[in-house]
Design a protein around this ligand. Structure first.
Ligand SMILES: NC(=O)c1ccc[n+]([C@@H]2O[C@H](COP(=O)([O-])OP(=O)(O)OC[C@H]3O[C@@H](n4cnc5c(N)ncnc54)[C@H](OP(=O)(O)O)[C@@H]3O)[C@@H](O)[C@H]2O)c1
Length: 351
């Protein structure tokens, strides 16, 4: 397990050992922020969950506040909004966060939704700071644009990025660090690649992170706290290719559960339940099962067996599903996502 100075704010959750096809063993360390033990810090963001004040180690001497490095998000879309909103709700100072977004309608929306957030239309100005005295250059840059446009964006900001020399965190799905470093024209940039997931939008995310060799322990801590603003679980992987596995499990995973819930809801309707009841019972059952799995000392198989009485209704269902090959299909699906992630990385990174 990686040791960071802020460990007093975290509860060690689980240590998982993953074996790859080449039998290399890699440890993924999960950390659980103590997000639920703190009192509200803001009242103007009702949909944002209450969390601990975020205190980070500065990565740049330019910052006057060493605990709150200046964070610049390039791209002001859904994920950037979730991260910025999560940081603000954590008590992170608004003048330490800048968002760069080209679309005027989106800028207007962000200004309206987060009146204290500094939203700019120019990536270079966002990176440098509009006024060097009052707005220092970026200590941390979060690349939050779509994967398809990451290359032109990084190529364009490369000189400004090299001048600011920040910690760079890419959340662009599937783009490898070697490609981002090549586009930035700087092999010595400290770069963290991250795979968050859609539940980050409701502050229930799970994220995998990989750090390049230039990333210091303090910078890892910084990346963890930023992603921790929207993710309940943050896991480091020690080999970049394992981010494809993270993508296949937690990145794409929400869709697998939506599919299962769709099928359950359809069956409930077919059995005569009303649409509202079918939907509500399905969703709450999924949520309740997840909470039990998270809080129980029992493993998943034991939990399943405990609700499967011999010759009962659950057994009838489980036997039917097993005969239909449900495990094989789900495992094959996860493997297909892993393989597709590698293909997409080859495609996006070839230029
Ligand atoms: N959403 C998720 O659950 C999720 C999960 C894992 C990873 N990710 C990754 O997170 C990244 C962002 O995803 P998202 O869902 O937040 O996408 P998004 O909502 O489309 O956000 C991307 C934003 O970047 C803006 N943009 C476009 N060109 C730009 C430029 N040249 N400079 C600065 N900003 C620019 C876009 O503006 P326009 O609207 O004008 O194009 C848009 O607002 C993606 O790379 C994705 O792979 C997302």
């Amino acid at each position: 397990m990686l040791r960071f100075p802020f460990f007093s704010l975290l509860v060690p959750a689980t240590t998982t050992t993953t074996t790859t096809t080449t039998t290399t063993t890699t440890t993924i360390t999960l950390l659980r922020p103590l997000t639920t033990l703190f009192r509200p810090l803001t009242t103007h963001l009702p949909r944002i969950r209450t969390m601990a004040p975020t205190v980070l180690q500065s990565t740049d001497a330019q910052s006057t506040d060493p605990h709150h490095p200046t964070i610049v998000l390039i791209g002001g879309g859904n994920m950037a909004e979730a991260i910025a909103g999560g940081l603000l709700a954590n008590g992170y100072p608004n003048h330490r966060i800048r968002v760069s977004e080209p679309l005027p309608e989106r800028i207007a929306y962000l200004h309206d939704r987060y009146p204290t957030l500094n939203v700019l239309a120019d990536n270079h100005v966002a990176l440098r700071g509009a006024n060097p005295e009052s707005s220092p250059a970026a200590d941390v840059v979060v690349l939050a644009v779509k994967p398809q446009i990451l290359r032109p964006v990084v190529t364009d900001i490369a000189p400004t990025l090299r001048a600011a020399n920040p910690l760079v965190i890419s959340i662009a799905a599937g783009i490898r660090t070697e490609d981002i470093l090549r586009w930035a024209g700087a092999k010595d940039v400290a770069l963290v690649r991250c795979m968050p997931n859609t539940p980050a939008l409701v502050l229930e995310g799970a994220a995998g992170l990989y750090a390049t060799a230039k990333v210091s322990e303090a910078q890892k801590e910084t990346a963890e706290r930023i992603l921790g603003a929207v993710s309940k679980k943050v896991a480091w992987v020690h080999k970049e290719e394992l981010l494809d596995a993270v993508t296949a499990v937690s990145g794409s995973g929400p869709a697998y559960f939506f599919l299962v819930m769709e099928a359950m809801e359809k069956a409930a309707l077919d059995l005569g339940l009303s649409p509202d009841v079918a939907k509500d019972l399905t969703i709450q059952t999924c949520l309740g099962a997840a909470k039990m799995a998270q809080t129980s000392p029992d493993d998943l198989a034991t939990l399943r067996r405990k609700v499967t009485s011999p010759k009962g209704t659950t057994e009838a269902a489980i036997n039917t599903m097993e005969e239909g090959g449900v495990r094989r299909v789900i495992e094959a699906g996860v493997r297909a996502a892993d393989a597709r992630g590698k293909e997409l990385a080859d495609l996006f990174g070839k230029e």
